[in-house]
Design a binder for this molecule. Sequence first.
Ligand SMILES: C[S@@+](CC[C@H](N)C(=O)[O-])C[C@H]1O[C@@H](n2cnc3c(N)ncnc32)[C@H](O)[C@@H]1O
Length: 276
Amino acid sequence: MSTGESFHSKHAAHYDRGASGATLSIAKIIVRDLPLPITDDSNILDSACGTGLVTAVIKSKYPTARILGSDIAPGMISIYEARAKENNWPSVSSAVLDVRDLKTLEDDTFSHVITNFGIMAPTFQDKEAPLKVARETWRVLKSGGVSIISTWAERNFDKAFEATALTIRPNEQPYSWDIGGDYCRGFYLMKQLEEAGFGSLVEVKSAKGKVEANSLDELVENMMFFKDMFFKGYDDEELARVPDILKEKVKALEKFKQTEDGVEIEMVAWIGVGWK
Ligand SMILES: C[S@@+](CC[C@H](N)C(=O)[O-])C[C@H]1O[C@@H](n2cnc3c(N)ncnc32)[C@H](O)[C@@H]1O
């Protein structure tokens, strides 16, 4: 996942806008439905924490919660630290760590490990990545602790990117986030948790999330943060055509909705829970 790593480091400063609330919408559900309540004794790992959205949701409900945020991208960790400082969050620390190998963290340390969209897709270089991530969450959990891992089941907005690319370059296969295989299936997440050591103490459910913005213009502007990924190699003239076409393709999505507050595209996630 070196591409993802460098992509995230480069785009850390724009991450929250680009994500348009997608990961945040699921973070809120995870924290609302925590199977193990957060108490003064809790010790939480926000793994692949990015800019700290999961931590922010936890802190809004449990201001004194003890949380370590870890991410492989130093750019993300800098933003995480700045957010912690700005909000004066007590008991928050951070570390640059690979989700597949949380090497500086000891066994049996945390009550909760939350990996919100940080489990890596299996790549050619590392087919075992998702299992390694699940195993590491199991290792660092205390007995009685919970690991919560989310993945996307249906992102939906990708179809608008693909349709836009095909309009501009009709003869070229558009960039696709679809990594194939079973990675986006619920049973796949369950299998990783089960094999990581959680055995039968595993549950996976689907949850509806969304990307949202105050207007279609704003949503498309946010989506343009990902232009390097979806429209890599496009010249200036082609790139200039993207926003207007993207607007039309977003509007045509089955899951696009105009709401009282703006616009949104529904997404669906898998949330897996494993008890140690
Ligand atoms: C989709 S973002 C999710 C961030 C955050 N959990 C949230 O809910 O917004 C994925 C994050 O995983 C991080 N990441 C990618 N590969 C990683 C790895 N091997 N180890 C740790 N973090 C990784 C990225 O830097 C990025 O911050």
